[in-house]
Design a protein around this ligand. Structure first.
Ligand code: IPD
Ligand code: CA
Ligand code: CA
Length: 256
């Protein structure tokens, strides 16, 4: 199943890899900063068709369109383009993210950045890979670590909380980056490139694949209060290598 999902996701990557100017095709969703392009819609339609052929009885939870409660045992959880704001700006840092979850637990995860030709994949219990080679989180401690974050730009009521947490964590780490594609943020910890990531609210398709890839690479990911992730609903995310996840203790005061 993992190889079959990979083949579909690679094909979807071809639909966006050569695209550099989408200025004509941008529509606003929840706000002027939350946009969708014809490519988001087309990639999701392609993934819907191809993935459900692999498992016709599965449900489908994709970012674009309606989101009902999931009642099926197996569910494909799909972000057709994660990092759309990067995509419309030709940053070359976006991905296609596909998970296959069973009863709300990700069993397969694939995250593909077609611009770098980097495909992260995992099956529960079988480890994580980048382009077929095993990957593992770094063993850096917080002071040598790089912190990534998402700024909850679509949920502005969380802005003060975000920056209060940022201010506190910045003193504990070496430096920070904000890269703009949550699924890749999780995979970059998995590959040992960076150490910590948080965002005060993410959606199932942002985290369902990347969180499995990270845990299979030896990392730890929870909600910001330390409770388990919920890949079927919106939730906060705190992710890190094994040596840095304890930083979560320093941010609890901001969650009230
Ligand atoms: C967004 C990106 C971004 C994160 C947002 C997500 P989208 O996904 O992952 O990094 O900060 O919270 O919604 O809208 O580009 O698919
Ligand atoms: Ca996303
Ligand atoms: Ca998206």
């Amino acid at each position: 199943m993992l190889q079959k999902i990979i083949r579909v996701v690679e094909e979807a990557g071809e639909m966006i890899r050569g695209v550099h100017d989408v200025s004509e095709n941008i529509t606003e969703k929840s706000s002027h900063i939350d946009v969708v392009t014809q490519y988001d819609t087309a990639v999701q339609a392609f993934l819907y068709r191809e993935l459900l052929q692999l498992m016709p009885e599965a449900g489908f939870l994709g970012e674009e369109g309606e989101h009902g409660e999931i009642a099926t045992e197996w569910t494909f959880i799909v972000d057709p383009i994660d990092g759309t704001a990067n995509f419309v700006r030709d940053f070359g840092h976006s991905n296609i993210s596909v998970a296959l979850a069973r009863n709300g637990v990700s069993e397969y995860g694939v995250v593909y950045n077609p611009y770098r030709g980097e495909l992260f994949a995992a099956q529960r219990g079988k480890g994580a890979t980048l382009n077929g080679k095993p990957i593992h989180v770094s063993d850096s401690d917080p002071s040598h670590g790089i912190l990534l974050c998402g700024s909850t730009a679509y949920d502005r009521e969380l802005t003060d909380r975000h920056f209060a947490i940022m201010r506190t964590l910045y003193d504990r780490v070496g430096d920070f980056r904000r890269l703009g594609a949550a699924a890749l943020d999780l995979c970059y910890i998995a590959a040992g490139r960076v150490e910590v990531f948080f965002e005060c609210r993410l959606r199932p398709w942002d985290i369902a694949a990347g969180s499995l890839i990270l845990t299979e690479a030896g990392g730890k990911v929870t909600q910001m209060d330390g409770t388990p992730l919920d890949v079927l609903h919106n939730c906060s995310v705190f992710a890190a290598n094994a040596a840095c996840h304890s930083l979560i203790g320093d941010i609890q005061e901001f969650l009230a």
